[in-house]
Design a protein around this ligand. Structure first.
Ligand code: UFG
Length: 344
């Protein structure tokens, strides 16, 4: 058995896929999650995929005493992958203090107790949101960080700085992964995205519309300066993204880091427009999607996709799944959810 890894937010969308990849690479996983945006059944689903049940601790990371007790009780933890955070952009605009409190207190408590308990390795979930609308595409890690457009985005920027500052004065080693747009679900269709209420993101909205949970997809604007007028994003399969975490972790544990804090873009390097994503969905699901073009959504940028050279060459990681594979896995997941609920 390899080292024990703490995965915060491990029952969430990206967290659960990462737990699967870690277990399949032989790591022992302890999940900490407060289940504020995920379900405990995800632990059973992970066990069904990998044959091993990860340990689970229900804990809110803003509870500093609770975090201290957790590390006291888990002296074997070797490294932390920190996903636990609130992530709805619109909600963060309405409830900024909740976002700063949840996302930053939890990180501070975690770093504090990692230091106290001599846990020196951290992989952190950051976001391409830190680039805003980049001047040059594909965007490189060296591109300037721009003023965040939402409190959510700001928590990611501040978190990157907090980690950087702490690494200067301690033995902390960290990898900051700047995700582009994660979509899709595990090949088993046992875990995937579980949006609470109305989805904010494009792909769950597409699959929920196709399954009949939503009446119609609204495409937010077709007057952007892109070939078909709709915005462009770098969509990445969640299992490819999960694998990037395992690679980043291995790099730290094998002491191959060149600097105490390293930053990598995690995307495919290819951008697709909203209409191209819809086209892919229609192709793989063999059905027409009910959608209409409406006005732009506030805060949306025109186009972003990743320069992945650093991740490819330094981490030795590359995304493998193409857009159709991603959309098919998202659709299979929606079908599996409908079956579970008895709607199919
Ligand atoms: N879109 C629609 N209709 C919808 C939902 C989305 O047309 O119902 C469009 C958006 O306008 C955008 C594209 O689909 O052009 C992708 O939108 P998402 O909401 O899926 O993703 P975003 O790129 O807006 O958001 C992502 C992450 C956030 C992060 C943000 C920063 O999900 O966590 O990038 O730009 F903050």
């Amino acid at each position: 058995m390899k080292e024990q890894i703490l995965v915060t937010g491990g029952t969430g969308y990206i967290g659960s896929h990462t737990v699967v990849e870690l277990q399949q690479q032989g790591y022992e996983v302890v999940i900490v999650d407060n289940l504020s945006n995920s379900r405990i059944e995800v632990v059973d689903q992970i066990a069904a995929i990998t044959g091993t049940r990860p340990a689970f601790v229900n804990l809110d990371l803003t509870d500093s005493e609770g975090v201290c007790t957790f590390f006291d009780n888990h002296p074997e933890v070797k490294a932390v992958i920190h996903f636990a955070a609130s992530k709805a952009v619109g909600e963060s605009v309405e409830k900024p203090l909740m976002y700063y409190h949840n996302n930053l207190f939890s990180l501070i408590n975690l770093l504090d107790q990692m230091h106290e308990h001599v846990v020196q390795h951290l992989v952190f979930s950051s976001s391409c949101t830190v680039y805003g609308q980049p001047e040059a595409l594909p965007v490189k890690e060296s591109a300037p960080v721009q003023k965040a457009m939402s409190p959510y985005g700001n928590t990611k920027q501040i978190a990157e700085e907090i980690i950087g500052d702490q690494a200067q004065v301690s033995m902390l080693h960290a990898v900051l992964l700047r995700y582009f747009n994660p979509i899709g679900a595990h090949a088993s269709a046992k875990i995937g995205e579980l949006p609470l209420g109305v989805p904010n993101n494009l792909v769950p909205y597409i699959t929920q519309t196709a399954i009949g949970l939503r009446a119609q997809l609204k495409v937010f604007g077709d007057d952007y300066p892109t070939p078909d007028g709709t915005p462009i994003r770098d969509y990445i399969h969640v299992s490819d993204l999960a694998k990037a975490h395992v690679t980043a972790l291995q790099r730290m544990l094998e002491k191959n880091q060149k600097e105490n804090v390293e930053i990598f873009n995690i995307g495919t390097g290819t951008g697709y427009s909203v209409l191209e994503v819809i086209g892919s969905f229609e192709r793989v699901s063999d059905q027409k999607l009910n959608y209409k073009i409406v006005g732009r959504r506030a805060g949306d940028i025109t186009a972003v996709w990743a320069d992945t050279q650093l991740a490819n060459e330094v981490l030795g990681w590359k995304a493998e799944k193409n857009l159709d594979e991603m959309m098919l896995s998202a659709w299979r997941w929606e079908l599996a959810l409908a079956k579970e609920k008895g709607n199919l």
